[in-house]
Design a protein around this ligand. Structure first.
Ligand code: ZN
Length: 456
């Protein structure tokens, strides 16, 4: 009998941890950290101690106690005894934190399957961030359509369009059931065709169960569904109407958004200035020709912004080894100031102090290409607007979500027409019932028998 257990992604956005079991073989899908993770106990500088492994997490029941999953050293400070792996494989849908963060606790003897591009993303994150360490694993990369056998379970990853390249959904065939897991995806990106491929295959599989993301499920759609194409067209308009510098802030790993601003820059005879982190990521992603992204090391349209560090004189030795390969493409604050009319610059909130050195002309556009703040009392948002006002920058909100809209969720669920639908990655699983029948709102750690649920 095929069973599903939801250890995460239940009543929360992200943190998916989905265990599938068939004839004694256990396979995990995603092992991430939700956005609201641990917020009752931890805040800013009060965090779990890494020296205590899983101990601080088990203390508050924040991570599930699954036998035969965790690494021996991570279990040291806990009362859960180490044993040889009882989970046969972990599959990762994409490289976002809320799907992969907790693999650092997983026993490295367990094979970890992920997209070839996802592996590049994760390596890049580790190389450029001092607090990101996924630990060593037996990584096995896949591409779309490859069928992977884990004992009697067959897993087929199929590409989808999401706000990070190399994102996948899965079609899983066990001894007695077919299950589709969407991962995170959307239908309004530049690569809608990828998601359409997935939907077609998912429908053809005639699944017994659909595990579907519901990030944007809400009683009423509060935000307009802006497409990636609209973001591009509107930002092109902003850029073509100004002779000043244009600043843009977006999620650093959203390469579709980078591509949109890159295209707009090239079309308007401007260069795009990115951070060393983005430059490094682009140089790594260039290793995967399928992703078709410009190589920051070679592409003349890309410049790299170096902040003053240590000596304050832009000396090579002031920068990390991973930052140095782009030094020939260096844009300093002085350079940016002198060339404002021919640049688009990525500037994220945490780099705002650079504005003091850049001294942009008043009236320069600032495109906030990220989600709007969830609360009206958002402190960072207030600080952001104070800075914009101080420098006389003109604010534009322009963002396309990485997730299906409420309406699209309804269409997707209807199209796949699985016998049972399990909403995950949502705080509003119950609302799926307004869109379709056969919804099973998953409870955390409850075992769901797929054959039984499909019959009754
Ligand atoms: Zn997610």
């Amino acid at each position: 009998m095929t069973k599903l257990v939801f250890y995460g992604g239940v009543d929360e956005i992200g943190g998916n941890k989905i265990l599938l079991e068939d004839k004694g073989t256990k396979v995990l899908f995603d092992f991430g950290q939700s956005f609201s993770f641990g917020q009752e106990y931890f805040t800013s500088w009060l965090g779990p101690r890494s020296v205590n492994g899983l101990g601080d997490y088990f203390e508050f029941g924040l991570i599930p106690r699954i036998r035969g999953l965790y690494a021996e050293d991570q279990l040291k400070g806990t009362d859960l005894a180490y044993c040889e792996p009882e989970v046969s494989a972990v599959f990762l849908s994409h490289g976002h934190f809320d799907h992969v963060a907790h693999i650092c606790f997983v026993d490295q003897k367990i094979p970890m399957y992920l997209g070839a591009g996802t592996k590049l993303f994760m390596e890049s994150m580790e190389a450029t961030s001092s607090f990101c360490d996924y630990k060593t694993h037996n990584f096995q990369t896949f591409r779309t359509g490859k069928k992977i056998k884990v004992d009697g379970i067959e897993v087929e990853p199929v590409h989808v369009d999401h706000s990070i390249p190399a994102a996948y959904g899965f079609i899983i065939r066990t001894s007695d059931a077919t299950i589709v897991y969407t991962g995170d995806f959307r239908l309004h990106g530049q690569r809608r065709d990828l998601s359409e491929d997935f939907l077609q295959k998912a429908k053809a599989a005639n699944p017994d169960a659909l595990v579907c993301e519901g990030t944007r499920m809400a009683r009423k759609e509060k935000r307009r569904n802006v497409s990636e194409q609209q973001v591009k067209v509107r930002s092109a308009k902003i850029v073509s109407f100004t002779d000043k510098i244009v600043f843009a802030t977006h999620y650093s790993r959203d390469m579709d958004r980078f591509r949109s601003f890159y295209d707009v820059a090239v079309k308007n005879n401007r260069q795009i200035v990115v951070s060393p982190k983005t430059a490094y990521l682009l140089s790594r992603l260039a290793e995967d020709a399928h992703l078709n992204l410009p190589n920051s090391l070679k592409d003349g349209n890309i410049l790299v912004y170096y902040k003053r560090k240590k000596t304050g004189t832009y000396d090579d030795g002031d920068y990390y080894a991973w930052e140095r390969p782009f030094i020939e493409k260096m844009a300093t604050a002085e350079f940016v100031h002198a060339n404002q009319h021919r640049l688009i610059m990525d500037l994220d909130f945490y780099q705002f102090a650079e504005l003091i050195d850049i001294r942009p002309e008043r009236g320069s556009p600032f495109i906030h290409s990220m989600s709007e703040p969830f609360s009206e009392e958002d402190i960072e948002d207030a600080v952001l607007h104070n800075w914009l006002e101080h420098f006389g920058l003109q604010f534009h909100q322009l963002h396309a979500s990485g997730h299906l809209s409420r309406e699209q969720i309804g269409d997707v669920v209807a199209k796949i027409s699985a016998k049972k639908v399990f909403p995950v990655h949502t705080e509003n699983a119950r609302l799926f019932r307004q869109l379709c029948r056969n919804v099973e709102v998953p409870l955390r750690e409850k075992e769901y028998d797929i054959q039984l649920s499909s019959c009754g």
